[in-house]
Design a protein around this ligand. Structure first.
Ligand code: F6P
Length: 400
């Protein structure tokens, strides 16, 4: 049986390890023996603190260069032995940034085909956040935040000087790791694993996503739309109840909108999780009602009947004057979700959204006719728990 090596490619903080884990987990779920051989883990175990210094990655530093090559060779050897002993797909997780390194891999691992998987992430917000997150890893425990940041950026600079995109290698896939999208490929025809890996790379993976709406606000009570109102006492109690309900459940990332009601709802959840990452994304701000922002539904009906009529005729497609429609909203919510899922990787996340935002989010997972989207019921005392992998789809609504 033809086995396969998969070698990840990409600059640091491009999502390689997350994708490597998904390839492994996706293949394991199909009953295929897959294992990751990670150069970084071996480097940290062998070299310790010395290899955190940026100079270790300076291409002119022969000590660092040779140490990294030694690690790469050892990992290749281990991968080769593992395939010989019964493994089926060995995944080499490293930057494999230069063409020379990749030529070495193809030359050394000549018993089975090597498929290179290049990860591209050109979203500056994500890149920035990923780089910041790296600086919180145990490897940088002895550094201040700023020192860690500068050190890691310098490391990336060094990699950048030797980085060659894929092209000359025999088999490869280039993936936008922020969007489950294949940008280009040279297919590994004939490999029984290739279609499965391709499928894994384009699938949406959500290990555990909690989706809640903010608690009640005074605007909700009045029937007033948009704005930036705080929670009412009932809304704060709903936020506390959400936190109580999520107690004991893992939540490592919390995404809010930039609105006060979303922050206030997330606050009790965050208070119980000092280590959680939190990020406000404006992509999750409530639908922008333009000229109608802050108005009561009844006022709109009386003073701008054409708006009510337009929405009644086509609520999904109708855009408020100088504002948004659900169709427009879907674009930015999709971008926000992509960002949130990329940043959380395989960690559980919570999104505290709004009525229209959550309608759109839900329908990005569960296909619905567009015209039904604006009418989905989004209560303020229930949250959704969503878990999607190619082999497991969970979608539950839980009262709290
Ligand atoms: O009423 C609360 C609210 O979040 C408003 O801010 C927003 O305009 C509205 O819901 C969206 O729902 P609909 O499209 O049904 O008016």
């Amino acid at each position: 049986m033809q086995k396969l090596y998969v070698a990840m490619v990409g600059l640091p903080a491009r999502g390689k390890s997350t994708l490597a884990r998904r390839i492994r987990d996706g293949l394991l779920a199909e009953g295929i023996q897959a294992r990751i051989f990670n150069n970084g883990d071996m480097r940290r175990a062998m070299m310790g603190a010395e290899s955190t210094e940026p100079d270790f990655y300076n291409p002119d530093n022969s000590f660092g260069r040779e140490a990294r090559e030694l690690i790469a060779r050892r990992n290749m050897q281990q991968a080769r032995t593992w395939l010989a002993e019964g493994g089926e797909v060995a995944i080499l997780d490293a930057t494999n940034a230069s063409r020379a390194r990749r030529a070495l891999i193809e030359k050394t691992l000549n018993d089975y085909p090597v498929l290179f998987v290049e990860c591209v992430n050109e979203d500056p917000l994500l890149l920035n956040a990923c780089i910041r997150r790296k600086t919180t890893l145990p490897e940088y425990a002895a550094y201040s935040e700023e020192e860690a940041l500068q050190s890691f950026l310098k490391r990336i600079d060094y990699y950048q000087t030797i980085y060659d995109p894929l092209g000359e290698e025999k088999f490869w896939l280039c993936v936008d790791s922020t969007a489950n999208r294949i940008l280009d490929e040279r297919a590994c025809e004939g490999s029984p694993y290739y279609p499965a890996i391709r499928e894994i790379l384009v699938s949406v993976w959500v290990h555990s996503l909690y989706l809640a709406r903010h608690g009640q606000t005074e605007f909700n009570v009045q029937g007033r739309i948009g704005g930036d109102p705080p929670l009412t006492a009932k809304g704060r109690a709903q936020a506390e109840a959400l936190a109580r309900h999520l107690r004991g459940r893992e939540v490592e990332w919390v995404f809010t909108s930039t609105r006060l009601r979303s922050h206030e709802t997330a606050a009790p959840v965050l208070a119980e999780r000092p280590g959680a990452h939190v990020m406000a994304l404006k992509e999750f701000d409530e639908i922008w009602a333009g000229d109608c922002e802050g108005m009561l539904y009844t006022e709109i009906r009386e003073r701008m009947p054409e708006v009510t009529a337009g929405r009644n005729a086509d609520k999904f497609g109708y855009a408020y004057p100088n504002g948004e429609s659900y169709a427009i909203l879907r674009e930015r919510v999709q971008r926000g979700l992509r960002r949130a899922l990329f940043l959380a990787g395989d960690s559980p996340l919570l999104i505290v959204g709004h009525q229209a935002i959550n309608r759109v989010l839900i329908t990005l997972f569960l296909r619905q006719r567009s015209e039904d989207v604006p009418y989905i019921y989004i209560p303020q005392n229930q949250y959704y728990h969503i878990s999607l992998t190619p082999r497991r789809k969970v979608f539950e609504r839980i009262p709290y």
